[in-house]
Design a protein around this ligand. Structure first.
Ligand code: TTP
Ligand code: CA
Ligand code: CA
Length: 649
């Protein structure tokens, strides 16, 4: 007898309740990595205390030995045993030793004038003026790990994106799809009547074995629901990642943590959720529960002023508090696009793709001078080091060859640059790079005053496309000071910023017309800067970013603070309030902010193509270079664009 309370309840309804909520179309989408597929499985892998682990592996140090990696007087990585003593990244070396007398503090390798190779040096910490940090050892390990991940996953079903020196995203969808079909033959049959919108049969009700995964609790209303295919898919993803992590541990002796979810936003939050050496699974039915407790400003793209605006507009702090705000209210306060985007993001919706395009587009070697340098001799010595640095990294790029070389310098508060083509046909070695850089320096000197010079950087760009696929992965990192150079370059009013596509076109044209590029180009007058070069430089910046979520759309406030910070004498970071005993520590910390900004900016841009909040765009996606006004305070950048600020702003 049917219940009078539920007259519509019928055998038909019963049948449909045995159906999955997912359709045959969703299953197809899974095979093709469709970013909007609700069954999608994305993992984020992040190495634990990465530089510290590199040093431990290199030196054969036992796992329980507290160790920190030192850069001048700062700690840039602290292993977990040392963290147990309260040692953290912002400790001075002296404080750290007080907290943990047994601490091993290993200084990073450095380049030193006169040497043609970086080395680990006993006296590096005392030689900040003559040495330049080399992160080559960590890049090398990073590459090995990435390579192993790629070897562990089936070559035809993988999509792996290097997100920073110690992070990768893996879109596991296609592999999960193939395992699903293997394990559940019922999924192999075509949809009844060829109807892709038909619902899949439900998965057999078996207890899912999550092994040692950290499972984020389910949303309250979802606890009683039986598992559906999204749970099974993510479980398979989790098995895959457990295997990958096991391989990394076994073969290379590195521990890492991972997050597994249905998109990048959530998987990245997941990998930081439980550390070290753990993996966290965020099932779709747990997303709300997982996100609710996060502060809004910790969510990707909600950093800086944008996040502040959102929190102050609605008088809220956490995601939980923002959830009751309706879509209409959001649109009303933030505009249609931004409102919709915020509404979705705090609900864990993120359709950004995992992109396996990892080839670098440029390389940059830089040094900030405090105090400034004043002579050609000093500058030339640094050019030697830059040439050696870039040349050694170029060696890892297989047959790819850059077409242009740039010398950037900072004088009188402004970053400027000159560019020259790199003639093809000649062996591209350290000497050629050095000679070209000296020619550029002479050009600059003949045109005006350079001294005192606060920053000097050499970059090569416009790489020819490779014929060897993804061989060049991972050979790139922008250091804090390099990031500063880039950031400053972006501020140079002489650098027009082209939207990505135009820049790409220009790059092709530049290549084609190389024969007539006989003369050195004055960037700040010829408007010929290749914007995509700086964008690509921002890749790998997360190397300098702490484990907190990628945040990001840039804003005027950050820009200002950053400018303040660069010239600040105080020992407090004007952006986050962290205080430092050493000016070098503050500088390095501020470099980190810069690096993070650059990275976030790039991330924000690539995301903006998918979810463009209106306020994040100063103009249409293919509009021309923004003027300082259009991209000014509070304005956000377009895809492929970099914000410009002028003068002392
Ligand atoms: P993170 O992944 O942020 O941190 P981590 O790997 O040291 O520790 P966790 O276990 O929390 O992930 O950074 C990766 C490496 O980047 C780090 O080992 C050192 C470098 N780094 C800096 O050089 N400066 C910085 O300010 C930060 C945050 C990182
Ligand atoms: Ca890490
Ligand atoms: Ca990281």
């Amino acid at each position: 007898m049917s219940s009078p309370q539920f007259p519509e309840s019928s055998p038909v309804t019963d049948t449909s309740s045995r159906k999955s909520q997912f359709t045959y179309r969703h299953l197809c989408q899974l095979a093709s990595f469709a970013p909007s597929c609700p069954l999608r499985v994305v993992a984020h892998i992040d190495l634990d205390a990465f530089y510290a682990q590199c040093e431990m592996v290199r030196l054969g140090i036992p796992e329980d030995q507290p160790l920190a990696v030192q850069q001048w007087q700062n700690l840039i990585a602290v292993n977990y045993p040392a963290r147990g003593f309260g040692v953290g990244r912002h400790c001075t070396i002296t404080d750290a030793k007080k907290l943990c007398p047994n601490l091993v503090a290993q200084h990073v390798a450095t380049w030193r004038e006169g040497d043609d190779k970086w080395a680990y040096r006993e006296d590096a910490a005392a030689n900040v003026a003559s040495d330049k940090v080399s992160l080559d050892p960590y890049r090398l390990q990073s590459r090995k790990i990435l390579q192993l991940i790629k070897e562990t996953l089936p070559s035809n079903l993988q999509r792996v994106e290097k997100a920073s020196i110690d992070e990768v995203f893996c879109d596991l969808s296609a592999q999960v799809h193939s395992i699903l079909l293997e394990r559940f033959p019922e999924l192999r049959s075509p949809p009844p009547h060829g109807d892709l919108t038909g619902r899949l049969p439900r998965p057999p009700v078996v207890a899912l074995n999550w092994m040692a995964d950290a499972l984020v609790d389910l949303d309250e209303h979802a606890e009683s629901q039986d598992p559906d295919w999204d749970d099974v898919a993510i479980l398979i993803g989790s098995e895959i990642i457990r295997d990958v992590r096991g391989q990394i541990r076994e073969e290379l002796r590195y521990a890492c943590s991972a997050g597994i979810a249905n998109n990048k936003l959530l998987s990245k939050l997941g990998s930081a959720y439980k550390k070290p050496n753990q993996q966290t699974v965020i099932r779709s039915r747990a997303i709300q529960h997982f996100l609710s407790d996060f502060k809004i400003t910790k969510i990707r793209n909600f950093g800086g002023k944008f996040g502040d605006n959102v929190t102050s507009t609605f008088g809220v702090d956490t995601v939980r508090e923002l959830l009751p705000v309706t879509l209409d209210q959001m649109k009303l306060k933030l505009g249609d696009d931004t409102g919709t985007w915020v509404y979705n993001t705090i609900r864990g919706v993120d359709h950004s793709e995992v992109s396996s395009r990892t080839q670098i587009k440029s390389m940059l070697s830089a040094k900030s001078f405090r105090p400034a340098i004043h002579t050609v001799e000093q500058a030339t010595r640094w050019l030697r080091i830059f040439a050696a640095d870039i040349s050694s990294r170029l060696g890892e790029e297989n047959r790819r060859r850059p077409r242009t070389i740039n010398l950037h310098y900072r004088h009188d508060g402004q970053m400027k640059s000159r560019q020259a083509p790199i003639a093809q046909g000649k062996a591209l070695n350290e000497q050629l790079l050095f000679d070209l850089s000296r020619t550029l320096l002479n050009q600059i000197l003949s045109e005006g005053n350079v001294w005192p010079c606060m920053n000097l950087s050499l970059s090569v760009g416009g790489f020819e496309d490779s014929v060897v696929g993804n061989m060049g992965i991972g050979g790139f990192l922008v250091k804090g000071e390099e990031a500063q150079a880039l950031r400053s370059s972006a501020k140079d009013p002489g650098f027009p910023i082209l939207p990505g596509r135009q820049a790409a076109k220009r790059r092709r044209l530049d290549g084609a017309g190389e024969g007539i590029h006989r003369f050195f180009i004055r960037h700040n007058t010829t408007n010929d800067h290749n914007a995509s070069e700086t964008e690509d430089n921002a890749k790998g910046l997360e190397d300098l970013v702490p484990g907190d979520p990628v945040t990001g759309l840039r804003n005027g406030n950050e820009e200002k603070n950053e400018a303040d910070g660069a010239s600040s004498e105080s020992s407090e970071c004007s952006r986050c309030g962290a205080s430092f005993d050493w000016p070098q520590s503050l500088q390095s910390h501020q470099d980190w902010h810069l690096a993070k900004d650059l990275h976030d900016e790039e991330r924000g841009q690539s995301r903006a193509t998918i979810h463009p909040p209106a306020s994040a765009r100063s103009k249409g996606p293919s509009g021309p270079a923004p003027s300082s006004k259009r991209a000014g305070r509070g304005g956000k950048m377009e895809h492929g664009q970099r914000k410009l600020t002028f003068g002392g702003s």
